[in-house]
Write a new protein. Structure first.
Length: 246
């Protein structure tokens, strides 16, 4: 029987997974870090994944296959998503994934080895470019959700929950663009500073964050999705204008 508390569930997952990673990679293993919702305290059972960043000397296909075989049951049971990179890959990709790396550096729990994130050089312009990419991607994904769910309430609710989790790092990245480096772990607390910096309404984003905790019976999911689309388009315009002001 699985534990009722998320913390116990995450601990059991790590206690099961980490020895398997160490067994497969041995001396090639440089670092393991827990990141994402499992590290920030916003983990939602049956919705969130347990994200692990695994840094090795040189990723090897044979080792990856060995880990896949040994950890197959563990990966599926606990919804563990490992990201396996070499040290060189990590250090040379900071300009491509600045938002993700800033998010990981700020909130990760180091589980093995020493942190390599202090060696990363993350540029401000790279953050702005990725924020706009994520915004436009979020818009397109939201439109696809409406198409694929045929606006059926139960399916739409599930897809909105999944979509919302991918937006939270972007919200914090927008704050960093405006020089706001306050560590905000509770996604609901991000919305008010967003409104202050962007100078536009983010009410639908706030409603979306509440939806992650409980679905009020009177929530009109179609209306919420329409409002999200409208406000995302407004935010895209603000971020576009932001670059011209720099």
């Amino acid at each position: 029987m699985r534990e009722s508390e998320p913390e116990q569930f995450i601990t059991k997952a790590l206690d099961t997974m980490l020895p398997l990673v160490e067994e497969v990679y041995g001396d090639d293993l440089l670092m393991i870090a827990l990141y994402g919702s499992a590290a920030t305290g916003t983990f939602v059972r049956n919705v969130s994944d347990i994200n692990l960043l695994i840094i090795v000397k040189k990723p090897d296909a044979a080792q990856l296959c060995a880990l896949a075989k040994k950890a197959k049951r563990c990966l599926q049971e606990f919804r563990i998503t490992p990201q396996i990179l070499s040290k060189q890959e990590l250090l040379t990709s900071a300009d491509i994934f600045p938002v993700e790396y800033l998010e990981i550096r700020q909130s990760m729990h180091l589980l093995y080895g020493t942190s390599l994130f202090d060696e990363l050089d993350i540029g401000h312009r790279n953050i702005r470019h990725q924020v706009e990419t994520m915004l436009r991607g979020g818009l397109n994904s939201l439109r696809q959700i409406l198409l694929l769910t045929a606006c059926e309430s139960k399916i739409l609710y599930r897809e909105l929950l999944s979509w919302s989790g991918r937006q939270i790092p972007m919200y914090r990245a927008i704050l960093r663009l405006y020089g706001d480096t306050t560590a905000i772990e509770d996604p609901k607390e991000v919305i008010k500073p967003l409104e202050e910096h962007l100078k536009c309404s983010c009410s639908s984003l706030e409603a979306l964050m509440r939806l992650r905790e409980v679905q009020p019976k009177d929530t009109d999911l179609m209306r919420l999705t329409a409002e999200l689309l409208t406000q995302y388009m407004q935010i895209v315009e603000v971020i576009d204008a932001y670059e011209s002001q720099q």
